[in-house]
Design a protein. Sequence first.
Length: 218
Amino acid sequence: MIEFQNVSKQYSSDVTALRDVSFTVNKGELVFLAGPSGAGKSTLMKMIAAMERPSSGKVIVNGQDISRIKPVAVPFLRRNLGLIFQQQRLLTDRSVLANVMLPLLVTGASSSQAEQRARAALDKVGLGDRANAQPLALSGGEQQRVSIARAIVNRPQVILADEPTANLDRASANKVLDALKAFNSVGVTCLISSHDEQMLDSAARVIHLNQGQLEVAA
Ligand code: ADP
Ligand code: ADP
């Protein structure tokens, strides 16, 4: 599903974010991407969504080499990816439900269809009763679960969650991880990054990054 072949990323002559990184994530897998701040986790995640390009090596997503993907093809790639990134905050001027409906409306669903599916997605993350709330009235963990609902509402094959549990207490963080695991259990491939070793699930596969390099063969 996701394959990195000897991927390096140099942002400038003195900043190398990834060095010769190779790994494969298979369809349906749940994989944690661990490593301290600055290790290159966000860079790696962004490459899968073609938000950054490798300086060398290949990134293959769903059989397609996206290392030099054309800009017109990027929306098609992203249609199969549910992205949960720090930069993609909820829109605070509209309800939780409207936030989750948005990706469906953008891809042409009718508003009644979008509402039904958005409510179903909110139910799945345990927030069916908060549909009409404004995002800022929710706790950080609840907001993060709304982001998960928004990311999965289009039924992507892959979820990329960059530090989804950052700044959350343990109980809220566990609820966020449980929501992600629930989608993994119905077949969605999940890649979840965290700088907090305590957040890693001992049962799941873990890829460790340190200073841009994989620590353990993965
Ligand atoms: P992590 O997500 O593990 O904290 P990042 O991928 O954000 O790591 O960063 C890896 C390295 O690349 C860091 O040294 C960071 O400062 C650098 N970096 C990240 N993004 C950029 C960018 N857009 N331009 C220049 N340097 C960057
Ligand atoms: P619906 O069929 O109305 O979308 P479901 O109860 O089947 O309702 O699913 C609720 C939400 O959960 C959907 O909107 C979808 O985004 C998400 N979902 C459920 N199953 C999957 C799956 N296998 N892959 C991706 N997303 C899923």
